[in-house]
Every structure is written in C-alpha cells, then in structure tokens.
Design a protein around this ligand. Structure first.
Ligand SMILES: [Mn+2]
Length: 585
C-alpha cells in the first residue's frame, strides 16, 4: 500500500468518481429499459486515507499467509479454551470488560493469530470445481464502527489471504465515525504496508446503508462484495460468488454464513445443508431449511440455492445491476430492514438471490446483540410501504402496532424508482419465490392478544393475556402461560386461522397444541396439521375448544406468586374459559 498525501489523492478520487459515472452509464445501457434515476450521492466524498496499489493480475493470494507456529492457538479454526482459573485477577477483569462491551470474548480473540488458517469447511464436492480464468473482479467493502482490533484485523487479513490477486481489486474499509483510539492512528499505521486496502473515514455517522454506499463510490471492481467486520473467509470463498454473477449478472450471491464462536472462536462448518432466508409477518428475518421444491430443482449439492431473502451482512452484487436497481434506500438509518427491502426489490424487479454452497464465510455472532436496532421499525415501514400492496401490509401492521405511528420519512423517490423499474407484484414474489410462507387469514375478532375475561385474579387494572416466549435457540419447548396484557403484539400475538390453528407466527410458524394428558397441559410446537392443533372458537361466547379432546382452554390459578397458567379442562361455562381477541394499540 502506498501512503499518499491528500493532495496527491484528489485527482485519483475524481477519476474514481468519473469511473462510477461511466459505470452507471454503461449499466443503464446494458439494462436500458430502465428509467431509474440513480440518486446522486447525498454526501461529500472524503479523501481516502490510503490508496490501493496497482492491480497485479497474476494468480495466488493477494497476501501470502506468514508462517504460523505449530499448535498456535485457534489455528485451523480450532477452539481456544481459557479457563478463568488460569487467569490473573487483572486478566479476569479485562476479559469480563471486553465481553460486557462487545458481547464477544475478545480476550480469546486476542490470543489467536491474525493470520490463522480457518480450516476448510466446504462440502467436499466443492474441491473439484474449477472456475473460468476471466471471472469479474471485485471490490470488498467493509464498513465498521468501533470494532475490536483483532476481529477487524483478522477480517482484513483473512480476505487478503484467501482471495486471489486476479479477482480481488481492493478492500475498501469504511470507518463509520468510530471514536475508539485504536481505530485512529494505530489502524493507519498497521495498514500502511498492507496491499490493496483503502481506508475511508466518513465525516459523520452514516449507518450501514450509507457507509456501504460511500464505500461503493470508491470501488473499482465489477462486482461489489459487502462483508461484515468480524468474519473469516474459508479457502475458495470468492470464486463461486463471482462465477454465479458471471453466469447471471442479475444475481445477488450470498456465501454460506457459518458460526465463529463468540466464546472460544471455533470456526464451525455449515453442516449438511445450508439454510435459506425468509421472514415472518413482523418482518423479522429468519433462517429456515431448504424447501423440498428447491431441493428438487437443483441437480447437485453444490448448486446455488434460491433464497427468498438474505441476512444482509455478507453478499456480492454486480455493480451495474446494483446501480440499475437503485442501490440501497438512502433514507434507511443505522441497520435493520434494508436486507428484506433489497431482497424483495431484487426478486420482484428481475433479479435472482442465491446462496452459494461452495462459498463459506464464518461470522462471529455475538452472545447478545450489542447494539439495538433503533431504526428497525422505521426502515421496515419504508420497505413495506414501497413494496407491499394493502392486503399484505395489513398483516405487518397488525403484528407491529407501533409501526402505525412510525415516522418513516419521505419515500416518494423510492415509489418513483419502483414504477420506473417496472417490477412484478408482491403476490408474484410470494407465489413463485416464497410459496412456503404462511399467509395469515387475519379475520376480524380472530387475531391479536387473547385476553382472559376472568376478573377474579386481576392484580388491579391488568387483564391477563396468553403469552409465549420461545427459548433462545429453539422456538418450541417454551412455557405458554399468561402475562398482563401489554397491547404491543410481540409475545402476545396469536392468530386463530380459519382452519382452527392457534398460530404464534414469530420467526417460525408455531401452533398451540393440546397434548391430551391428564393435567391438560399445552405446548407450542411447529404447525403440523394434526388434530390436536385444531381449536373451535365460538366468537359470541368466547369459548375455545380443543377439537380432539373436547375440552376448553382454561385459565388456572397462579402458583407461588407467579402468573396464572393455562390448560384444557372440561367445559363448564365459567369465566375462566372465556376469551376475547384484542387488537394492539
Ligand atoms: Mn456481525
């Protein structure tokens, strides 16, 4: 990497802008049925702190991995176990501080080489695949905000060690106005001699969407590859992503995202079948298994897998296609919702979204999300208002009462874009791309919070509503009970479908199941169409009766000061068996 003064850099930055404009023009020529106006960048471009060197088209990694001592901690993706009893009290304090701050065990990360081998976690059938020598080139764009040192540096080195010179033009790092000192001068020093890395510092906090677009304006590759800032690439990760775009320039390609443990940094493999992306009607992204029709469509386990949505952190897209599609919605703040919006737009406007089994990238999923998503609702309302017709929007607003009053800003540009792109309707997307999605009936009086009409156990002004909180890593198996009604949807949202299922549709489609045992207990399980998941609801009387057991849904006395529970019991016409669905505020 060369260090340039900002004066020397300016002409080059201008040249890049010219390239961007030229590419936009080419893009419009290629996809010339478009009237899409590419919104001009709404921010001034800061000068890069560093510039990339010339591209060398010989093959081999951009940067050879240095020798790593044998049995170096974490090499080949092995776990690093450090027991607290081996730590001094100062070390223990430091470990806890880092864990609390980042929700990642950075004390362990700091013991692992920045150049460790990740191991090879691909499907073994990927090894024999060769790729054309004329793959498109790519710029990797990584936005970060106050990222810890070792995870950020390992991300950068991992891309350089695992990407061939002929295809990786550069890594563009966007510092989204971090304020931690290690990301100031020490980062510049550390990157000074690292090839093909450009560091751009945004002038104000932009959030993920605008930080990525800022990075894009410096990119010179034909494909943009967006990555997160605490990842490690598996060998051979890049070629298959680019190859699928070479075959279909309208494809968004997504690697298989595997887990790097937040605790011991083990690099886990993807298992037999990767998962694909979906969403529920709260518009929460969710992973699920490859549906049968998609398994049938593919010939080999290494073939790309069509996915209705993507998680959004890691993907590649042809630059011309991204421009044609109208890049991202610049009105979206921080993060959340932008992934669904781009997934819908891409599919509905003629693109394809695939997960590429032979491309594996590990991601450190934190113990708990360290940052909230304050803009999730606003961003999602923008997406819903642009892409969903009324009959579908309704399902979203019913499940997110707070979305009705969200201040989501001006979407007129995005509506114009939608019309200019001449896209297929959302119903086409559901029928063809996401046929497995459950479409709620949402019949008046049969959805919302299911409130008990029994006043006798109320601690004052509260009513009790049925409440289900799925355990962290498994949606089923949690306790279904009651809680004071809060009117916010969420854990208290149930839908009694016309078929009689009592659905709890958050992330996965779950159904309230009457087990039929003597104590009349209930479970929340995956919907399977069996009779013990079918309920008769007499809306006039408020009685909900299990079809199999001929017993009624009953509120039970609280035990040891906890909330009232639920069971099925012989129907007796008491208030404990009277229920009404209330809509959120
Ligand atoms: Mn992440």
């Amino acid at each position: 990497m060369r260090v340039n003064s900002s004066i020397e850099l300016r002409p080059k930055a201008l040249l890049n802008l010219a390239l961007v404009l030229a590419t936009i023009t080419i893009g419009l020529l290629i996809f010339k049925d478009s009237h899409a106006q590419i919104s001009s960048k709404k921010f001034a471009l800061p000068s890069p702190v560093f510039d990339s060197d010339e591209v060398d088209l010989r093959d081999g990694p951009v940067l050879e991995r240095p020798d790593i001592p044998r049995n170096s901690p974490g090499d080949y993706g092995k776990p690093v176990e450090i027991s607290d009893s081996d730590l001094t009290s100062d070390e223990k304090i430091e470990k806890d501080r880092l864990l609390k701050k980042y929700q990642i065990n950075h004390f362990v990360s700091d013991k692992i080489s920045l150049h460790r081998h990740p191991g090879d976690h691909r499907n073994s059938k990927c090894h024999g695949i060769t790729y054309p020598s004329n793959l498109p080139t790519t710029s990797v764009i990584i936005a970060f905000y106050n990222e810890h040192w070792t995870t950020l540096m390992r991300t950068i080195y991992s891309v350089l060690h695992e990407s061939n010179k002929s295809i990786l033009k550069e890594i563009i790092l966007i510092d989204d106005k971090s304020d931690q000192p290690h990301l100031a001068e020490p980062l510049e020093k550390a990157l000074k001699d690292v090839p093909r890395v450009r560091l751009i510092r945004s002038k104000k906090r932009e959030g993920l969407v605008r930080a990525r677009l800022l990075g894009m304006s410096y990119a010179t590759g034909e494909v943009l590859t967006f990555l997160d800032c605490h990842i490690e690439c598996n060998p051979g990760w890049l070629e298959p992503l680019l190859y699928e775009i070479q075959k279909n320039p309208k494809a968004i390609t997504v690697p298989v995202i595997t887990t790097i443990s937040w605790d011991n940094f083990a690099f886990h493999g993807p298992g037999t079948n990767p998962q694909i992306g979906g969403f529920d009607w709260r518009m929460t992204f969710q992973w699920h298994a490859i549906p049968e029709h998609e398994m049938q469509r593919r010939n080999h386990s290494t073939d790309p897998i069509r996915s209705p949505t993507m998680a959004g952190g890691l993907f590649a897209i042809g630059r011309d296609w991204f421009e044609y599609l109208g890049t991202y919605d610049m009105g979206m703040e921080i993060w959340g919702g932008e992934n669904l919006e781009l997934s819908w737009r891409n599919w509905m406007c003629g693109g394809e979204l695939v997960i590429v089994p032979c491309s594996v990238v590990g991601h450190v999923f934190p113990k708990e999300a360290p940052y909230s998503r304050p803009s999730f609702i606003e961003n999602t309302v923008r997406a819903v208002e642009v892409w969903l017709p009324e009959e579908y929007k309704r399902h979203f607003y019913i499940r997110n009462p707070q979305a009705k009053t969200a201040n989501y800003g001006d979407i007129s540009d995005r509506l114009k874009l939608r019309d200019a792109l001449d896209c297929k309707p959302f119903s086409w997307y559901i029928e063809n791309i996401y046929p497995d999605l459950h479409i709620p009936d949402d019949v008046e009086g049969r959805f919302g919070a299911l409130e008990s009409q029994d006043d006798s156990m109320r601690p004052g002004r509260y009513s009790y509503c049925i409440d289900y909180a799925p355990p962290e890593h498994n949606p089923t198996g949690g306790k279904i009970a009651t809680f004071p009604c809060h009117g916010q949807g969420g854990n208290q949202f149930f839908e009694l479908t016309l078929k009689g299922e009592m659905r709890y549709n958050h992330e996965r489609e779950l159904c309230v199941t009457a087990l039929g045992n003597r104590d009349g207990s209930l479970e929340v399980n995956f919907c399977d169409g069996k009779e013990n998941q079918v309920w008769d609801f007499d809306q006039n009387v408020g009685v909900i009766k299990s079809k199999t057991w001929d017993k009624c849904l009953t509120l039970t006395e609280p035990q040891n000061g906890s909330m009232p529970g639920l069971k099925v019991a012989a129907c007796d016409d008491s208030l404990k068996q009277k229920w009404v669905f209330k809509q959120g505020k």
